[in-house]
Write a protein that binds this ligand. Sequence first.
Ligand code: ARG
Ligand code: GLU
Length: 732
Amino acid sequence: MRRISVFVMLCLSVAVVRGGEGMWLPQLLKLLNEKEMKSMGMKISAEDIYSINKGSLKDAIVHFGGFCTSELISSNGLLLTNHHCGYDAIQSHTTVENNLIKNGFWAATHKDELPNQGLTATFIDRIDDLTARALAGITPQMIAVERQSQIDKNLAEARKEYKLEAYQELIIRPFFDGNQYFAFVTTVYRDVRLVGAPPESIGKFGSDTDNWVWPRHTGDFSLFRIYAGKDNKPADYSPDNVPYKPRHFLPISLDGVSEGDFTMVFGFPGRTTQYLPASAVEQVVNTLNPARIAVRDASLKIMDKYMRKDEATKIKYAAKYASIANYWKKWIGESQGLRQSNAVDKKLAYEAEFTKRLTTQSPYRETLPKLGKLYESIEQYALARDYYTEIALRNVDLTSLMGGLKRLVTAYEKNGEQGYQEQLKRVTDFLPEFYKDFDAGIDQEKLGRLLTIYVDNLDGKFVPDALKRENLGLADGESYDKMVADLYTLSSFTTEKEAMDVLKLPADKAIYAIKTDPVYATSTDWADFYNASIATPYNNIRREIDLLQAEYTKAQMEVFKEKRFFPDANSTLRVTYGKVQGYKPRDAVEYNPVTYIDGIIQKYVPGDYEFDLQPKMLELYKNKDYGQYADQTGKLPVCFLGSNHTTGGNSGSPAIDAYGNLIGLNFDRVWEGTMSDIHYDPSICRNIMVDARYILWVVDKYAGAGHLIKEMTLVHPKKGKKPSRAKSKTKA
Ligand code: ARG
Ligand code: GLU
């Protein structure tokens, strides 16, 4: 009895949305959130945030390259985003002689701003609810494929009715696992130039060691500018283009924030899965995450060993290492957080309450039991799929390159010489980029190690015959190192020169050489096997799960009427709000929500690749030269924490105060709370933001780019409203 009542309590705590949890649709804020936001301290209205009639905050929020968020901070199209979001652009302009990564970059005039081919800035013009259109003619009896094909047909019809300008795009996305559909009309700007970036000793300070970690001291920002044609409309890059004139840009507050202040983060979160059944969460914690982590662990150790030995290797593998390490670390934190917050037990309690509330006639009585069974049956395929994709597609480079060669072979076999030539260009364009950051020795060691992990951890039915130990003459438990070493020795694709030599041959000879290459043969064999024996059964079960998940999500919304539901992230525009707040990660440890420049100096390790500083930083610190950017106590804030519910894709999102001003830039979450993609726990889920004052200080005092500060609008929203504070501020 006791146990049950604790369960019900737990369950209710899941059912009621607390400030902090949720990634809300901007067009529904008035209906669902405005009251709560105001009670938490917000001074503006929902209409000020999102309006279709007048300029609103949303007009300043820009999807950056489709993978990050950015925001306008001047009337001249100046765009603020993270350093790690601008990293590719910064790197592409970097040479040994002109090292923008190391030294930073500040354009003195518009003419010095650097164009970036392919980089886009996307605005949301309009959002339409297409739910009724999409779901017309859908019946509960339909099986997964029927339902999807009816929806696809409906949406294709709806699409035709949109009259778009050449520079506009229409994006239609499912929400609530396919229970709602929204259309987004977007305008895509194609001339986005690099304006400024701090050196990596600021923009990437702390690197992988500090990644996902609090206390944090990273100045993770960079500046770009949107250029438009003379009519202010999108245009291809041209020296004649002019800075874009926005409908709205964000003023920047110099007053900063204090613990408990209202904050809001506006951006494009990528993907979350909040409404999974307990069985699915358990699978992530106990089966899938451990496998992914183990593969990356082995891969990272191998890279690290070589990177420490040789400077050139370190540079070659820096970006790869960072990207593999990023989610490796995230998953460890996620699993730990899910365990520590008893996410599975809480979900089970929630499901018990859900089931209790169903009437005997409810159409949902079988939903959860069926979902549970499907998750059981997908598990072995999901595990094999994760091992395969992690190893062959993400961690070993040569096996993933073979996928590109396979397309070349297919093009030749299907469309002859002409198909071959078209595909060949793509491959040969890509190869220099590939080999620039490739070391065959490291790659070979990775494949040997990871293949051993694959075979040792999966049921024999997921190992293709060609890779079975008994067929390769390997002893039980013997590693694949030697076998892989032999493949690499005989392959023509371990160096750019040899690869190019093959591709210079006449098509038929090149195809023959590719098909008989030992790495190619092994990789494609493995890939074909994967498609037939792992991906196909996986996808078949997945379709059934998706259909039932749609049903379960719908059922949750009907059953828990008292709960406000927000749709999972899907790279569409969202608002999340919370407060500036620290947290207690474990027994006897409590974190303050703000870090200061003093902490940067405390972390400083001269010559270290993660914690080194440039002399200028030390000099400014010595002189306490903080200008108008210090807080009331005279200290320079660097980063702060909030209880805003964010995820990947929210990088570069503005942190906005109660008045609609920019106070910071979102760039990360705390490690203990990375589970918020699956289960948001208000006691430990926090997002990490760079304080706007630190950004301004770097631009102004560190870089001496005062002309950029002049473009911006700096405000003191708290001044005048609270005289005592304003006074102490003037003193500081
Ligand atoms: N963790 C942040 C994100 O998910 C920052 C990543 C930057 N990369 C890094 N390896 N430090 O994007
Ligand atoms: N750094 C992440 C990004 O690139 C944001 C951090 C997170 O996942 O919350 O979007």
